[in-house]
Design a protein around this ligand. Structure first.
Ligand code: NDP
Length: 449
């Protein structure tokens, strides 16, 4: 196991996030390999850490002043053992190969946990959409798709949104794909409702995350009612995580963006949340404006020189990181535990560093890792694909019920896998083991490909 981690470090030095994601999974699956020597003989670990295909391409585009820009586009097709590649596209200046590989690797196990037949992939670009006009976004998306269309398709690879890629971007990407291929197929998910999108897809990751948290709390005869919750981020996942917490009687007291965070001791209600949705999704404003609109709340500017994030220093029962990878550092985890937090449920992908995750796992809190807790988004994307194939639209209630059942089933699967391998109550081990076993068994069935 250590040899494999050493090998990927030597082969791909500098891919810090990818090494982190691999280390976490490999540490969990050791007992599975000990019990199944055929996995070692078939070198499943060596195969699963190597992407099936990596596509890197140039994305030239012109801004409104006629200036030409060149960004880098990526698609990492990690594993297709249990279905066509599936995973989001991220547009953010921090995008690089290591981030794409870590996200694609996580996606393989997450998709496996959903019980739907989807392989794992991730893509995106180091393009920064912030401050760009709709026309600039459209030109960028069109240029991006002019290359990507060669590698994707409704039975091959079905991208979706992620950070910086919402309904607007999916629309522009889809439009160009349709023109190039001369076909109207479900090649992307997260589409708008009037041309093939699924009801509840925008809500799915956040709602699913809270359904997962509710399942975890139920194991201790608790629920979210009157619980004080810290939520980070203010994008898609943060908005709908907050909404479902509010529905279930919890009190959301924080939201953030990359510039800072707000603290509202009274808690958000649906009206305040609608203001945030409008501010972020329509006006594309900053969370600081929340504190101007609601003077009873406080705004704290981010300080990049700090070794911790003061957002995680507020006293709370439950914590939902919904912004970015590694947003919870070791010191943040220590602060949360000393402040008596009882549940951490990850809406963002890998929001805790390895050190922070260790602190959570070694305490007596409920800790739901991202690949299980935020799988609701891709699960409903899978349901969108099913509806597209049938040319049918299911009502919101049906999609929401299916989402709830999938999250309950993922929760149960994690608990059972953890129990079976001697780690009762360890959701990290359970998610990694259950996701891994299904994928490697399919790989063995399909031979050395
Ligand atoms: P959005 O782009 O809608 O929102 C991202 C949020 O994170 C914004 O509030 C953004 O602020 C904030 N943010 C970005 N960078 C930083 C930073 N360095 N520090 C603090 N905050 C930051 O993305 P999503 O809500 O879709 O994604 C959030 C997380 O959830 C990501 O980890 C994503 O991979 C994961 N996820 C998303 C799914 C989905 O269905 N959308 C599915 C599963 C996981 P700002 O506006 O300043 O950039």
């Amino acid at each position: 196991m250590n040899d494999i981690i050493e090998t990927i470090r030597e082969k791909d030095p500098g891919e810090r996030e990818f090494h982190q994601a691999v280390t976490e999974v490999l540490e969990s699956v050791k007992p599975v390999l000990d019990r199944n020597p055929e996995y070692r003989r078939a070198a499943v670990l060596e195969r699963i850490v190597e992407p099936e295909r990596v596509i890197i391409f140039r994305v030239p585009w012109m801004d409104n002043e006629g200036q030409v820009h060149v960004n880098r586009g990526f698609r990492v097709e990690m594993n297709s053992a249990i279905g066509p590649y599936k995973g989001g596209l991220r547009f953010h200046p921090s995008v690089k190969l290591s981030i794409m590989k870590f996200l694609a690797f996580e996606q393989v196990f997450k998709n496996s946990l959903t019980t739907l037949g989807m392989g794992g992939a991730k893509g995106g670009s180091d393009f920064n959409p912030k401050g760009r006009s709709d026309h600039e976004i459209m030109r960028f998306c069109q240029s991006f798709m002019t290359e990507l269309f060669r590698y994707i398709g409704p039975h091959t690879d079905i991208p979706a949104g992620d950070i910086g890629v919402g309904a607007r971007e999916i629309g522009y990407l889809f439009g160009m794909y349709k023109k190039l291929k001369n076909e109207f197929t479900g090649v992307l998910t997260g589409k708008s409702l009037n041309w093939g999108g699924s009801l509840v897809r925008p809500e799915a990751t956040g709602y699913g995350c809270v359904y997962f948290a509710a399942e975890m709390l139920a194991t201790r005869n608790e629920n979210l009612e009157n619980k004080t919750c810290l939520v980070s981020g203010s994008g898609n996942v943060a908005q709908y995580t907050s909404e479902k917490i509010i529905h279930l009687g919890g009190r959301v007291v924080t939201l953030s963006d990359s510039s800072g965070y707000i603290y509202d001791e009274q808690g958000l209600d649906q009206d305040k949340l609608e203001y945030v949705k409008h501010l972020k999704n329509i006006k594309r404003g900053r969370i600081e404006q929340y504190a101007e609109k609601y003077p009873e709340s406080l705004y704290f500017q981010a300080d990049p020189l700090l070794d911790h994030n003061p957002l995680w220093n507020h006293k709370a029962d439950c914590v939902f990181p919904c912004a970015f990878e590694n947003e919870i550092q070791q010191k943040d985890a220590q602060n949360l535990i000393s402040n008596g937090v009882r549940l951490v449920c990850e809406g963002a992908n890998m929001p805790a560093t390895l050190e922070a995750a260790d602190i959570f796992m070694n305490s007596n809190i409920l800790y739901g890792p991202s690949k299980a807790a935020n799988a609701g988004g891709v699960a409903v994307s899978g349901l969108e694909m099913a509806q597209n194939s049938m040319r049918l639209n299911w009502p919101a209630e049906e999609v929401n019920n299916r989402l709830k059942i999938i999250m309950q089933s993922i929760h149960q699967t994690c608990l059972e896998a953890a129990e079976e391998y001697g780690e009762p109550g360890n959701y990290v081990a359970g998610a990694n083991i259950a996701g891994f076993v299904k994928v490697v068994n399919a790989m063995l069935d399909q031979g050395l490909v």
